[in-house]
Design a protein around this ligand. Structure first.
Ligand SMILES: Cc1ncc(COP(=O)(O)O)c(C=O)c1O
Length: 361
């Protein structure tokens, strides 16, 4: 039996003892036969998590590395960003910092960019790529990715670049069925691994386009990753200890099953919603776009969000504070990765205690 989880940060998320132990393996050469064997297992498992028949790869670095690599590799100039929170804004800033002609559709916090807005933008101008964040961890909003991707496919030949950092492993992400070109996720969220690796796919279509992009960089060149991957290895020395962890955790994830994992996350979000409705905690995002992996909540009158975070910490529970503009008014529960219903119940009961204490004081 594993220990009860009291760590509900929306990333990094709780990592099991088994995974922490897996990281203590000995160093081996990353061009050795032993590493190739591990790499072969990862190359077989990752596409199942990413739901693609294409390449499932990983890079040593955090999610932001792959956000930058996707733009460097796939976009010569024209890119459209869908912006509905801090991480999608970061992606826009990455494109701007690389000198791309980046446009954006921006919607208020708590909203998702509607597919119709994307359609209108694509009818006005031709883009090489559309970049979006599937699950905005900063606001707890999940975007209608399948619908957006269908619009992009129907209206244009733009590549679809998707940050699934806090959805992969916790919500359906169907790379091939939805026609996604780059799908990326740091390992520290719903995959429940330590930070430091980012898993990703890179479609054939994207690879063809990347061949025509002039300055892809070196560490950010996804064609380089793909060539090495097909040769059974990584472009540079990988974070080996994290690779051991990834190997064990992918086996655990696939043993649970992707659909079962998505269902468990739906149940966790549903339990949180029921509890919140009964206690007067309001969701910051509007109904219909609430994330299955992170709930962003406004406490009832008389209870300050930063106080909830602080008082929970005093009781040994960690949740996320509000992010950016919503810092003073919201807090975030990361019910992702390894969290089970019983763990969540423990947290929710403790929030009840904390809220009562705030109101009494
Ligand atoms: C949706 C999303 N995208 C990108 C990032 C950036 O990730 P990293 O810190 O792994 O670069 C985060 C981090 O929380 C995130 O939640």
């Amino acid at each position: 039996m594993t220990e009860p989880i009291r760590f509900f940060l929306p990333g990094p998320s709780y990592v099991t003892e088994e995974i922490r132990q897996a990281m203590t393996g000995p160093m081996i050469g990353h061009r050795s036969a032993a590493f190739k064997e591990i790499y072969g297992r990862l190359a077989a498992a990752l596409p199942q998590v990413l739901r693609t028949r294409g390449d499932g790869m990983f890079a040593t670095g955090s999610s932001t590395l792959l956000m930058e690599a996707a733009i460097s590799s796939c976009v010569e100039s024209q890119v459209l960003h869908l912006v509905n929170g801090d991480f999608s804004k970061r992606w826009l800033q990455i494109s701007q910092s690389l000198g791309k002609a980046a446009d954006s559709i921006e919607v208020p916090l708590g909203e998702a960019v509607a597919p119709e807005l994307v359609r209108e933008a694509l009818r006005r101008k031709r883009y090489e790529a559309v970049a979006l964040v599937h699950n905005e961890t900063s606001t707890g909003v999940i975007s209608p990715l399948a619908e957006v991707a269908a619009v992009v496919r129907a209206e244009s030949d733009a590549l679809i670049l998707v940050d699934t950092v806090s959805s992969l492993g916790g919500a359906p992400v169907e790379t091939d069925a939805w026609g996604l070109d780059v799908v990326l996720a740091g390992t520290q969220k719903a995959l429940a691994l330590p930070p430091g690796l980012v898993v990703f796919t890179f479609s054939e279509r994207a690879a063809e386009r990347a061949g025509k992009v002039s300055r892809r960089g070196y560490y950010t060149d996804l064609l380089r990753y793909r060539a090495k991957h097909r040769d059974g290895g990584t472009i540079t020395t990988p974070a080996l200890s994290l690779v051991y962890a990834l190997d064990v955790q992918l086996e655990r994830i696939l043993a649970e099953g992707m659909e079962a994992r998505w269902q468990r996350h739906r149940e966790l979000a549903g339990r949180t919603a029921e509890w919140a409705a009964a206690r007067g905690f309001l969701y910051a995002p509007r109904e219909g776009v609430r994330s299955p992996t992170v709930s962003c909540l406004r406490p009832p009158e008389g209870v300050a969000a930063p106080e909830v975070v602080k008082k929970l910490a005093q009781r040994g529970f960690t949740v996320g504070g509000g992010y950016g503009e919503w810092k003073p008014t919201t807090f975030r529960i990361g019910h992702m990765g390894e969290v089970r219903p019983g763990d969540l119940d423990g947290l929710l009961a403790t929030i009840d205690e904390v809220a009562a204490e705030c109101i009494a004081s």
